[in-house]
Design a protein around this ligand. Sequence first.
Ligand code: CP3
Length: 359
Amino acid sequence: MTIPQLLTQPATRNTDYASPFLRACHRLPTDITPVWFMRQAGRYMPEYRAIREKYSLIEICQHPEIAAEVTMQPVRALGVDAAILFADILLPVIPLGLGLEFAKGEGPVIASSVRTLEDVRAMKPFDAESDLGYVMDAIRILRNELPHNIPLIGFCGAPFTVASYIIEGGSSREFLKTKTMMYSAPEVWHALMEKLSNVLTDYLVAQIRAGAQAVQVFDSWVGALSPQDYETFVLPYSQKVLQAAKAEGVPVIHFGTNTTTLLPLMKRAGGDVLGLDWRIPLDDGWKLLGDDVAVQGNLDPIVLFAPVPEIKKRVHDILNRANGKPGHIFNLGHGILQNTPVDNVKAVVDMVHEYQGNK
Ligand code: CP3
């Protein structure tokens, strides 16, 4: 079949739940603990670097066949139990008219940062299918290419994390401008979050309708907030995105880092699966959340730079803490870092799959 033909095929939703990843999302028992990695496609892989020599990050995303190929690379090389669409949480910034560039060594740069009510009102109207159709096209290609037991995860940034890039104009350590807007100009903050939650809902629902079989909402930097500020300034907007995705009938993963004090509120905002990072032991985090959600995590990405016996000890510690309870998806606590040895990543997949329990 040619690519244009593929793109007009209706996506079929995976309903047979042969996939251990989808089963774990629903807290059903599995033979093995499913494992995938945030940022499993990226510069630590030679196959990815070969493509990046020819295309920029944004060019990869905008060419559905290339984005699909990059998505497949870790599935082939590592034997993970799920694929994550190759895209970026900041792609919606482009059609919003704010300008996006990934500067070498600097990370994302947003030309027109948003600071005032006029800036919020100047953001362009957004329609996911027409503005980011290339993402939906990549999803449709992947649904035809992936083995039936390897589900495709779609994703978007959560309103807070995307807002932080838009307000700061790029990456930030202190979130000074973001939090200053919250505390000093709450009307601007709420107008921006209202707009972003609508945009991100539209984007995530479009991915599900194109064929994504699960979705993850990345609130990577939300741990910068107190629980009170999370509840007032973030929760209602995340809730809108998470619940709209849930209404589409696929499992929803709600991810953040540094979230130990936020976990109960993040659970209230929504998600069938809550991400845990390494700052909290997996069993303590799961206890805080309760038995009625699944959890994903939580190896420190830097453990992948250690010798294999040390990695194994720490992988087994996490699996022992999960203690065979249905609803654990093995992952890192955050994305794979550049220069991570590929062999160690592959070794973790095998360790998780071969784990025989606490015997
Ligand atoms: O394999 C996958 O996980 C899918 C692809 C993916 C990318 N970005 C591609 C990418 C995903 C899921 C993301 C999400 C993303 N993007 C997040 C949330 C996850 C997280 O890490 O917290 C965030 C905060 C972004 C924004 C972003 N994109 C930053 C801050 C950077 C620069 C930092 C860096 O690593 O260079 C990017 C660039 C980016 N997005 C890369 C990749 C593979 C870097 C590699 C490259 O330039 O080729």
